[in-house]
Design a binder for this molecule. Structure first.
Ligand SMILES: [Zn+2]
Length: 261
């Protein structure tokens, strides 16, 4: 019997975003500056990227990229040095060798960097692709320039064992968007979950008074069901890496240190 593969996972913070805090935790006021994580999974067969951060239009030409009325009080903090391929090179990886990219979903803070991996096939849930492609142009979460890139798409339906060895599995966690997915990664201690926006904040995993404003999710009922599945994994001892929690991410090892493995 061959021994199981334990991929190594690296986390990169690709800029920050200032937004109303109530979006992350309902009932709060003021603004919060959240990190924008992206991940490189090092599998024996190659590098796999999960989420790619902002589009470089954020610093090149934000006026053409993002509707001005949606911008306030939102602020982007993003520079060329924070782009994922640049950070990968600095950490000793060759971004040009990446053949597979997956997005948790197609909001601009998760797929804006896809275009920087032109040689890669992009894996998203079919439901997400359809929702994003059919969204009106002024819908703030979806910017078509981020995902209508001409890249080869691999439209996933349900779970997908990315390498066929059970080590890295795309797992639907719908609700935040119609085709949101999280990534399960096997490690020596069990399963770790890169939750994406199925859970923004660490407190949300344990406290019912720390839920986000679910009225702005695409499907609140599904969102809560997906959150419950993440909470169950958390309770059973699985590591759950939440989407945008500044305190949580300030305590995690970032590349070139491995997050896992
Ligand atoms: Zn997000």
């Amino acid at each position: 019997m061959t021994s199981p593969v334990y991929p190594r996972v690296y986390a990169f913070i690709c800029g920050h975003h200032t937004i109303p805090k109530e979006r992350m935790i309902a009932g709060t006021t003021g603004l919060i500056t959240i990190p924008i994580p992206a991940f490189v999974i090092e599998h024996p067969t190659g590098l796999f990227v999960f989420d790619t951060g902002f589009n470089r239009l954020v610093y090149e030409d934000v006026a053409s990229y993002f509707p001005a009325e949606a911008l306030k009080p939102v602020e982007f903090h993003f520079s060329p040095e924070e782009e994922l391929p640049t950070q990968m090179r600095n950490a000793g990886f060759d971004p040009d060798s990446v053949r597979l990219v997956a997005n948790s979903h197609l909001h601009y803070d998760h797929c804006g960097g896809n275009v920087l991996f032109p040689q890669a096939t992009v894996m998203v849930q079919r439901d997400e692709w359809e929702a994003a492609s059919n969204a009106p142009a002024d819908k703030a979460g979806y910017r078509k320039v981020d995902f209508h890139t001409g890249q080869t798409m691999d439209l996933v339906e349900g779970e997908r064992d990315v390498f066929g060895d059970g080590s890295v599995v795309l797992t639907p966690t719908i609700g935040h968007t119609p085709g949101h997915q999280s990534l399960h990664v096997r490690h020596a201690g069990g399963v770790a979950v890169l939750a994406g926006d199925a859970c923004y904040m660490a407190d949300t995993l344990t406290a019912d008074d720390k839920l986000p404003d679910i009225s702005v999710t695409e499907d609140p009922e599904s969102y809560l069901r997906s959150l419950e599945s993440l909470r169950a994994l958390h309770r059973s001892g699985s590591l759950v890496f939440v989407g945008h929690d500044p305190d949580f991410w300030s305590k995690q090892p970032l590349a070139p240190k491995p997050l896992l493995g």
